[in-house]
Ligand binder design. Structure first.
Ligand code: TXA
Ligand code: MG
Length: 335
């Protein structure tokens, strides 16, 4: 946690004030870093075509340069200008789900600095479904490289306060438009192979994607950790999306089991199971519906971390396809 606070501008989430966006766009044009809301999580943005600016992202996050960044654009035309090949699946998926929580990995053009793509020949691109993000990209008139605005291996931020706490003055400006709605990172789909592959699951699930791209499947090795090279080093660095506290997933949560620790946070789907908690502040009930659970999940982990929990005990959600992306994040948090 940084002791110094970055500049934060409160913007209207639906109708962002043009003069505030102008300030942010000027910083981006000058090679600076602006954290901004998307529908998934807050991103840490820089001009994707300015290698020195992109280098500042890696420094601010403490992120190894082997991890590619996602490039955010405001139109399909702008996406196509970044790639050497735009297959039929890209057109179909983009038409169906953009703007939205879907990143498409495609062969990149040389104008994208290799630092953005961590030396890979491909680039991840998406059009975010957030009025602030879209207006900022349009006004700045550039593709914006933006990973989640957290320190390397920490949990992604769903509020501007999470960004400020995590990155401090490593970011030049934070646009604060309130909490994000999807709550976990976008679904990442590679279109480099014969059939589309899900590299990182997200709340836009396989069944929905398959309506448009019937041959889509999960990548076999599930290498989709945020902090690894998906094609080149699968299986490394699984510990990501993790709070500072240890994380344990249990089938049935017990409000009075301290697991030998002094400060235990709990996340349950059932209010009754936490009713006897001695410290109600550390006992959080999350919604039993996957989209609403995802919306509040990282916020709950951030809160329990900030309250100094040594251990966070999480009750296992259902093991159904709708919970797949949440299970992915749970497994990464505890591994
Ligand atoms: O929802 C999101 O995707 C957020 C918001 C800010 O848009 N961004 C985000 O970025 O989660 P980041 O950097 O934390 O995650 C980027 C991930 C990489 O770790 C990798 O899994 C995948 O996207 N990715 C990006 N470029 C890729 C490429 N060329 N090949 C394979 N995977 C790539
Ligand atoms: Mg990330």
């Amino acid at each position: 946690m940084s002791s110094q606070r970055p500049a934060v501008l409160r913007v209207d989430a639906l109708h962002p004030e043009p003069e505030l966006l102008e300030q942010a766009a000027r910083i981006l044009s000058a090679g600076g870093l602006v954290a901004f809301p998307t529908e998934t999580v807050y991103g840490l943005g820089a001009n994707a075509l300015d290698e020195a600016a992109v280098a500042r992202i890696f420094a601010a996050k403490g992120r190894p340069e082997r991890n590619p960044l996602i490039v955010h654009v405001a139109s399909i035309q702008a996406a196509r200008a970044l790639v050497t090949h735009w297959p039929a699946e890209a057109e179909a998926l983009a038409a169906a789900f953009w703007p939205g929580p879907l990143t498409l990995v495609l062969p990149k053009r040389a104008l994208i600095p290799s630092l953005v793509s961590a030396g890979l020949d491909s680039v991840g691109i998406r059009i975010p479904a957030h009025p602030v993000a879209l207006a900022l990209i349009t006004l700045a008139a550039m593709p914006i490289a933006a990973p989640s605005a957290n320190r390397y291996t920490h949990i992604s931020p769903t509020t501007a306060a999470h960004v400020a706490d995590g990155l401090g003055t490593g970011v030049d400006l934070i646009l604060d438009a309130g909490p994000t709605q999807v709550g976990i990172e976008s679904t990442v789909v590679s279109l480099l192979g014969a059939a589309p592959q899900i590299l990182r699951p997200g709340m836009l699930g396989r069944a929905e994607l398959a309506r448009v791209a019937p041959t889509i499947d999960y990548a076999k090795s599930e290498p989709a950790s945020d902090e690894q090279r998906p094609q080149l080093a699968p299986g490394l660095a699984r510990k990501h999306y993790a709070p500072r506290a240890r994380v344990m997933v249990v089938e049935h949560i017990e409000a009075d089991n301290d697991h030998g620790m002094t400060r235990v946070g709990r996340l349950s789907l059932h209010p009754s199971r936490l009713a006897s908690s001695t410290d109600p502040e550390l006992a959080i009930v999350l919604p039993a519906e996957p989209a609403a659970y995802a919306e509040h999940f990282y916020e709950a982990l951030h809160r329990l971390d900030a309250l100094g929990c040594e251990l966070i005990v999480i009750e296992a959600p259902p093991r159904t396809e709708q919970w797949h992306a949440i299970w992915d994040r749970l497994n990464r948090a505890r591994s």
